[in-house]
Design a binder for this molecule. Structure first.
Ligand code: PRP
Length: 330
């Protein structure tokens, strides 16, 4: 055990040493791989602290002669991380220290991350050398995999309570809704059915939305929950709600993962909202840019164009034309 004076010395060092995350530029990293790791944690919105704490490992009399300072602490996971290089001599030494640390502080959650684990971890989130190319177009992650999982679980629980005793019909609009619908329905503990619709935006004499795939069943008298990945201008939802009302459901409510209020043209009541988001171009978890990025497991912000301009969603008119073309056999 450390003496009072040793503990004080350690605390003093700790007060000086902590270098909290988010201000990455102010942290003097000992190694470039640490700076890279911090950048990736920022990218994924994971809070971190750099070398916030030193653990005494060995004493000679009153004097601490060996300490171990893990590279990172991730407060949300209550996890210390030590990065390693591929140099075997360093790895062996770190392993020894870690074993010793675990013996002295069994309550500490600490992990040694080898380069290959590190790359595997990144690949899991669609980043790094093992990941696919798509993620290069992403500026940063706005909503992480964990945040999505947590919030969708809450939504599912809420819906299960509110619809208890009924068999709701969940209706989604292709294609962006696929991941959200699939995760949400697995968190609703009720017998339910699922319907998918498809719409296209057309131009010409009468511009507007057109249903290209209708419901497969009658929803008259059913409790209907319209599921959307994002409500942006509100035009699509407005059209669909009008349409669905003509099919005489017992009730009709909306659950959207994202609410982009800043761009709303038609104000509609949204009973269940996962996240309110700003006016940024979002991709991933079903959302696309020119049909790409839908398969990213998180929601990210698309990088600005090379000339610094914000990427723009193709206009409804353009999308309509694109879809009309696709649908035309000519
Ligand atoms: C998205 C989303 C909504 C709609 C919302 O679909 O799935 O249905 O836009 O936009 P609004 O509020 O401005 O009407 P999109 O047309 O991009 O098609 P997709 O789902 O196939 O990507």
């Amino acid at each position: 055990m450390a003496t009072v004076s040793q503990e004080r010395a350690t605390r003093r060092r700790q007060r000086r040493a902590p270098q909290k995350g988010t201000k990455r530029s102010k942290v003097a990293f000992a190694h470039p791989s640490e700076a890279e790791f911090a950048r990736i944690l920022d990218f994924y919105g994971v809070r971190w602290e750099y070398e916030p704490r030193s653990f005494p490992l060995r004493w000679e009399g009153e004097r601490i002669v060996e300490m171990f300072t893990p590279d990172f602490y991730l407060p949300e996971l209550d996890l210390y991380i030590e990065l390693t290089t591929l140099k075997q001599s360093l790895v062996t030494e770190k392993n020894r220290k870690l074993r010793h640390l675990r013996e002295l502080h069994p309550d500490i959650n600490v992990m040694l991350l080898y380069k290959r684990d590190y790359h595997r971890l990144l690949a899991k989130y669609g980043y790094g050398p093992l990941a696919h190319e798509d993620v290069r177009g992403i500026e940063r992650v706005l909503i992480t995999v964990d945040e999505l999982e947590r919030r969708i679980t809450e939504l599912g629980q809420q819906i299960s309570q509110d619809y208890a005793g009924t068999e709701p019909v969940l209706i989604g609009v292709l294609k962006g809704v696929i991941p959200f619908m699939s995760d949400l329905m697995r968190h609703i503990a009720l017998p339910l059915s699922v319907e998918l619709m498809s719409v296209s935006y057309y131009t010409g004499d009468a511009e507007g939305v057109r249903i290209t795939k209708d419901l497969d069943r009658d929803i008259a008298g059913s409790h209907v929950l319209m599921v959307e990945d994002i409500v942006d201008t509100g035009m699509t939802l407005n059209y669909l709600l009008h349409y669905l009302r003509t099919r005489r459901p017992a009730s009709l409510k909306v659950c959207t993962l994202l609410d982009k209020r800043a761009r709303r043209l038609v104000d509609l009541p949204l009973e269940y909202v996962g996240f309110e988001v700003g006016d940024e171009f979002l991709v991933g978890y079903g959302l696309d840019y020119l049909e790409k990025y839908r398969n990213l497991p998180f929601i990210g912000i698309l990088k600005p164009e090379q000339d610094g301009r914000k990427p723009r969603r193709p206009s409804r008119r353009a999308r309509g034309k694109r879809m009309e073309k696709k649908e035309s056999p000519k």
